[in-house]
Design a protein around this ligand. Structure first.
Ligand SMILES: [Zn+2]
Length: 292
């Protein structure tokens, strides 16, 4: 009798364990209300060895090198096929991707990351501030978390810190820690050349505010206000020739480039647009701070 009872308890434990295991595996991507976000969009060369391979709004960037390629961001869970097709339309191969990066650990940039890592075997590197959220699929995100995984979880192969430089295949990609939007949001700076010119390019993560809560009401991110202040301050001081960002709408891609346009890096030389965006974000930040 006792033995039977023990067996029943043991079975119950196994069942619970399995259920918990299943829940941990289950990924619930938030409902995307902006259908245009993930619409297919023709890939193009931005400048030198930097290409746009994302969807209509979810920017993904490919940096090609003779040793293989670097992919920054992946869009939603169902964006993998589009990114693969975009990369082949440019004459490259997704399979040649060696390094994977993101500008922020949210489902609209990491949705297809685990799948692409599985296909390519590339090394996933992430700003250390986003490593935990990457590993639990967004479940512990201070603003959007608490509802389980929102994208397939992934353990990073290496962690990056402010001003770290990734050196690969002749490319030097500098990480700029720009926290606030997520704890490990970041931008990247690189130099790229074509036959005419060398360009300094900023791949920016713009510090928009995700949370509805007051900044002093977020125990999961006590220094959020200081982080946003730091990010806004340092971003204003950056120098570059060309800038792009995590969302096409943030850098006005669709007014600067139309599908089929000839190669034209100068279309993305837009310091004024960048400064204007940052001024708006500064205002948004100050309004959020002054809320009671
Ligand atoms: Zn985001």
């Amino acid at each position: 009798m006792l033995q039977l009872l023990w067996r029943a308890v043991a079975l119950a434990n196994i069942f619970l364990f399995t259920t918990t295991g299943l829940q941990a595996q289950k990924v619930m991507q938030p409902k995307v209300t902006n259908a245009y976000w993930s619409k297919p969009y023709p890939p193009f060369r931005i400048a030198g060895n930097l290409y746009y391979v994302g969807t209509y709004d979810l920017a993904c960037f490919l940096i090609t090198t003779p040793k293989g390629n670097i992919l920054i961001n992946t869009g939603l869970a169902n964006s993998a096929a589009q990114i693969k097709r975009n990369i082949s339309m440019l004459g490259f191969k997704l399979a040649d991707t060696k390094i994977l990066l993101t500008t922020q650990a949210h489902y609209d940039h990491l949705g297809a990351m685990a799948a692409i890592k599985k296909i390519t075997g590339a090394k996933m590197m992430i700003d250390a501030g986003d490593a935990a959220v990457l590993a639990d699929g967004g479940a512990s995100d201070y603003a959007m978390g608490g509802k389980g995984a929102m994208f397939a979880p992934l353990v990073a192969d290496s962690l990056l810190h402010d001003n770290d430089t990734i050196r690969f295949g002749g490319v030097q990609l500098q990480l700029l820690h720009h926290p606030g939007h997520t704890k490990g949001s970041c931008s990247f700076l690189l130099k790229t050349s074509d036959a005419q010119k060398t360009y300094t390019v900023l791949i920016a993560n713009m510090p928009s505010i995700v949370t509805d809560k007051n900044f002093n009401d977020i125990p999961a991110y006590p220094n959020i206000a200081d982080d946003y202040a730091h990010t806004l301050h340092t971003m204003k001081k950056l120098s570059f020739d060309i800038w792009v960002a995590s969302h096409a709408s943030q850098f006005n891609l669709h007014s600067k480039h139309k599908p089929g346009d000839a190669y034209n890096p100068s279309a993305f030389m837009d310091r004024a647009g960048y400064d204007e965006q940052l001024a708006d974000l500064q205002k948004e930040y100050e309004e959020h701070l002054s809320r009671r």
